[in-house]
Design a protein around this ligand. Structure first.
Ligand code: LRH
Ligand code: MN
Ligand code: MN
Length: 388
């Protein structure tokens, strides 16, 4: 087993970004179960995110979704974040919730609607300029529902044109992160359905265009760690949207459905140097807590990523390489499984104590009284965005 101290040193510097929308009410298209005490505005979402950071010590940034997190002055929001001990992170654009986007946003056959979508993306870059954010995350719900509905290749042309315009608008220290998703809400074609499509567009755009792997956005059975390894090798992995799924884009707590898959992904990240502080990979959560309380849901998610990372760091890579070179199939697999089957919770508890934190973040949050405070102090919280 690789060294515990070396593993702790990496875990100490790990950074996991929280999504602002995880703190608002959310649900499925069947029902949103409202919870008491949820944030009423972006400032309260930031307060909740800061709470997750206070207990975990590794979640110092929160991603915004525009216009769900629209405020008059983003410098004021950035200041509120810094006063709360965190910072604003990735800006997520939203060109999927307006009636105009029924037939697509940047790939819409109507040039006026394409213009409107592009203007929103430019406005998101303006927000980044105010918040100091590095990354613009683009996910397009664009696609078609029926064969013949629109020209597949023309839609790719329109997409490429919009991406080029946005890329051009970014400053030298800002990046464009293109997220793919197999299907939903479009059910026949999706304009950015997979990593290959995203990769090809990013390649054309340039160095500062990278792919986002949302772990819930693949066909069942897809080997996500292969995609991760490939993109890392090409220097094109920009970000993760972590969550877990049993069926489609379930947006459940990361590591809940398949902790082994999360471990395999993080092992590939680690092997390629992706856990180095300057790797440029944004590790973000993209989840909803529809039936469980949201702040502990986020704390648990951060802990799950930490546990999978710790296991990945404990893989004895020398023994692994030796077994691989010797063609020892079972030996190599055994090395990986030894690390996966290690209980890393004591190591993480130790690390938290060294960082001046409570070794048990869930219990510490439960004891803190914050949950009662927000229920008493916030009346009529908002939905995260869905159906708002
Ligand atoms: C799309 C997605 C994308 C959105 C988020 C709310 O399914 O994963 O990242 O921005 O959900
Ligand atoms: Mn996502
Ligand atoms: Mn998703």
């Amino acid at each position: 087993m690789a060294g515990r101290e070396a593993a702790k040193n990496v875990l100490r510097t790990q950074r996991i970004e929280l999504p602002s929308w995880a703190f608002g009410n959310s649900g499925t298209r069947f029902k949103v179960f409202a919870q008491q005490g949820v944030p009423r505005d972006p400032f309260e979402k930031i307060a909740d995110a800061a709470r997750v950071h206070a207990h975990t010590g590794v979640a110092p940034t929160v991603a915004l979704h525009i216009p769900w997190d629209e405020v008059e002055d983003y410098t004021v929001l950035a200041r509120a974040a810094s006063d709360a001990g965190i910072a604003l992170g990735t800006i997520n654009a939203n060109v999927f919730q307006d009636d105009d986007y029924k037939l697509g946003s940047v790939t819409n056959p109507d040039p006026a609607i394409r213009r409107k979508a592009l203007d929103h993306l430019f406005a998101c870059v303006d927000v980044m300029d105010r918040t100091g954010s590095r990354d613009l995350k683009l996910w397009f719900s664009d696609g078609t529902n029926y064969p013949g509905q629109d020209d597949i290749r023309a839609r790719q042309d329109r997409l490429a044109e919009a991406l080029a315009a946005v890329y051009e608008r970014l400053s030298a220290d800002q990046r464009l992160i293109l997220e793919y998703k197999l299907f939903e809400p479009a059910f026949y074609t999706t304009d950015v359905p997979d990593w290959g499509t995203s990769y090809a567009h990013c390649l054309r755009l340039g160095e500062r265009a990278k792919v986002c792997v949302d772990t819930g956005h693949h066909a069942p059975g897809t080997n996500i760690e292969f995609i991760v390894a490939f993109l890392l090798r090409e220097g094109k992995l920009g970000a993760f949207d972590f969550n877990s799924r049993f069926y489609a884009d379930d947006d459940l707590i990361v590591g809940a459905a398949d902790p082994f898959q999360l471990f395999r992904i993080l092992f590939e990240v680690k092997q390629a140097g992706g856990l180095d502080q300057d790797s440029g990979i944004a590790f973000m959560l993209d989840q909803c807590h529809n039936i469980e309380p949201k702040i502990p849901g986020q704390i648990r998610s951060v802990m799950n990523v930490q546990e999978a990372t710790a296991k990945a760091l404990l893989v004895d890579t020398e023994a692994l390489a030796a077994a691989q070179a010797a063609g020892d199939v079972l030996g190599a697999n055994g090395v990986l499984m030894d690390a996966f089957n290690t209980d890393v919770r004591p190591l993480l508890a130790e690390l938290r104590e060294e960082m001046g934190l409570d070794p048990d973040p869930m219990a510490a949050y439960a004891r803190s009284g914050y949950a009662d405070e927000i229920v008493a102090g916030r009346v009529g919280g908002n939905q995260a965005g869905w159906g708002a």
